[in-house]
Write a protein that binds this ligand. Structure first.
Ligand code: ATP
Ligand code: MG
Length: 317
């Protein structure tokens, strides 16, 4: 059964190396520019597709947009919904020390007509799907509770919903969770921290998971039944009514962390089409996330890449 992803604010990502250290307020020459169709849902669909599982990425983009061409080149099965404006382009610069600086555009507003067209395409695609993943930030113009409405719509036709969002879109999903809970929420440390107002990052880095666990518990109390909280090199937590698990990968030397969270969600959704077993879902999430950081750019891992990752899953509660 197909895994559908919805990317309301896709982008044509451009990445390029800087041969010398960045000189602020001066001319900086970029090396070879690499272009990739992106947006969190597109990345999730790319990983699902690489596993040979059916997927469909719903993307607002005109067929003449360079993003449409990049989507076709990436080979991600997608349904492009024309919106009459250019998709945003984001820029990532890799510095000589391997760190990256990113410049992110807000994206053009989605008009009410654009929103209606996207919702109709989604509605036509949903029947028979196993999951709908609502991914990434909302563009200007989209209602802040759009993901809540789309969750209701998917549930009305029996499709489970995963949300990987940030900022006001995530806040809206959490504040409506008692009435309209997503089946899975997958925040990273920054999102968990912002959504709950708790200080988590430093503790996780120091190996103390308690503040992250408390934050996940708070999300349950607010109505979210299943949380996959990704913790970067510290792996991830998965919490649901059956208990709480932590999976930690053996240390690796990352090549590029771009898209790690998206691949983790893809790994979790892929296994969730077959079983809800929390430890197995968490295992696949961390295997996919960690396999991604060993690949250059936003390249997605194959199931064999994920199988090659060593990790430990422990039940904490
Ligand atoms: N440095 C790392 N070493 C090993 N594994 C990592 C590292 N960074 C990320 N991962 C793996 O990727 C998963 C997701 O990472 P993270 O929590 O950083 O996601 P994210 O911040 O949502 O990423 P994205 O930028 O894709 O949104 C982690 O659960 C882990 O398995
Ligand atoms: Mg993420």
């Amino acid at each position: 059964m197909v895994i559908i992803t919805f990317t309301a604010n896709p982008s044509l990502d451009r990445s390029a190396p800087l041969a010398r250290d960045l000189r602020v307020a001066r001319l900086n020459r970029l090396g070879q520019v690499y272009r990739l169709a992106s947006g969190k849902g597109v990345n999730v669909s790319a990983a699902v597709h690489a596993a040979g599982h059916p997927t469909l990425a719903i993307v607002p983009v005109d067929t003449s947009d360079p993003l449409a061409e990049a989507l076709r080149r990436r080979g991600v099965p997608s349904r492009m919904v024309p919106v009459g404006h250019r998709a945003r382009t984001n820029l990532s610069i890799t510095h000589p020390d391997g760190s990256t600086t990113r410049f992110i555009e807000p994206g053009e507003p989605l008009t009410p007509e654009n929103q209606t067209a996207l919702v109709s395409t989604l509605l036509a695609s949903l029947p028979g799907a196993s999951w709908l993943a609502l991914c990434g930030s909302l563009p200007p113009g989209a209602p802040v509770d759009w993901y809540v409405k789309l969750t209701e719509m998917a549930h009305s036709v029996g499709v489970r919903v995963a949300v990987d969002a940030d900022g006001p879109a995530l806040d809206a999903v959490i504040s409506h969770a008692h009435a309209t809970p997503p089946d899975l929420l997958s925040p990273n440390v920054a999102e968990l921290q912002k959504a709950t107002g708790r200080s988590i990052r430093k503790a996780v880095k120091a190996g103390d998971l308690q503040p992250a666990i408390d934050a996940v518990q708070e999300l349950h109390n607010r109505g979210v039944p299943r949380v996959l909280a990704t913790l970067g090199p510290q792996g991830a937590l998965l919490s649901c009514e059956d208990g709480l698990w932590h999976a930690e990968p053996d240390p690796v030397q990352p090549v590029s962390v771009m898209g790690a969270g998206d691949a983790a969600l893809a790994g979790c959704l892929l296994i969730s089409t077959r079983t809800q077993d929390p430890a197995l879902c968490l295992d696949r999430a961390v295997a996919y996330g960690t396999a991604t950081v060993l690949k250059p750019g936003s390249e997605v891992p194959t199931p064999a890449d994920a199988d090659a990752i060593s990790l430990t899953v422990r039940k904490l509660a």
